[in-house]
Design a protein around this ligand. Structure first.
Ligand code: AP5
Ligand code: MG
Length: 223
């Protein structure tokens, strides 16, 4: 894998994609491109598109493929993404995965990481998750901010995500099984998939991710 890594992180809702992508993108010095974060920024900005996106997100539905593909294509065209990227939450359907191949042609992605966590554990993590309304930093009931649900990083209010309701979580996990889990096979057939155990502390999971990324780097540079 060249220094400008092009990575995709897959995994169920609550697997820790966001948590680990923040760390891994710093480690690799590539931008962390999270479609969920981009959509939440549009919701917060109160644009017409943001209002439409919110209606899909709050009920756990996926944004239509053509809409999300347009957003990602524009983001990947920005100068910082030319040296690599870590995509979190995209692709999420077979159509999006095919579109990503087209967007980055003549390159391929270097690696798709499946962050593997059992459903019982993601359900526990999602019901306990709390996020900063201002900067999006992640907390949980087990690891709250230091001061009274005020973000340690920016002082924003730390709240439950509107799509972390029981009904929306069930719908999101159902859509994961139907639409996103098949991407594991899609990337496996292309010999681009690596599965990483996402159970353990965030530091333990990060260590495993760094190990697989460095192994892929080494084997590509040796080819
Ligand atoms: P998105 O924001 O991507 O949400 P998601 O897929 O539901 O995934 P999550 O963010 O819930 O999980 P995560 O894996 O990032 O877990 P996290 O690190 O937060 O998408 C939201 C919505 O936007 C979608 O439902 C859809 O409507 C729309 N959308 C986005 N992309 C789209 C696309 N491509 N196409 C169509 N629609 C799209 O961790 C969860 C919790 O666990 C946190 O509290 C965290 O602190 C904790 N935690 C993490 N790791 C650990 C650990 N190792 N030990 C203990 N706790 C941990
Ligand atoms: Mg996330």
């Amino acid at each position: 894998m060249a220094s400008g890594a092009r990575l995709v992180i897959l995994g169920k809702q609550g697997a820790g994609k966001g948590t680990q992508s923040v760390r891994l993108s710093h480690y690799l010095a590539v931008p962390h491109i999270s479609t969920g974060d981009m959509l939440r920024a549009a919701v917060k900005a109160g644009t017409e598109f943001g209002q439409l996106a919110k209606s899909y997100m709050d009920s756990g539905e996926l944004i239509p493929d053509d809409v999300i593909m347009g957003i990602v294509e524009d983001r990947l065209a920005e100068p910082d993404a030319s040296r690599g990227f870590l995509l979190d939450g995209f692709p999420r359907t077979a159509i999006q995965a095919e579109a990503l191949d087209e967007m980055i042609k003549p390159h391929l992605i270097d690696l798709a990481i499946d962050l593997d966590v059992p459903t019982e554990l993601v359900l526990k993590r999602l019901s306990s998750r709390r996020v900063c309304q201002t900067c999006g930093a992640n907390y949980s009931l087990e690891a709250p901010p230091k001061l009274n649900w005020t973000c340690d990083l920016c002082g924003g209010e730390v709240v439950q995500r509107p799509d972390d309701t029981e009904v929306a979580i069930r719908r999101r996990l159902d859509l994961y099984d139907k639409a996103t889990a098949p991407l594991i096979e899609f990337y496996s057939q292309r010999n681009l998939l690596v599965s990483v155990d996402g159970v353990g502390t965030p530091d333990e999971v990060m260590e495993r991710l760094v190990a697989v990324v460095n192994k892929a780097r080494y084997s590509r540079s040796a080819q």
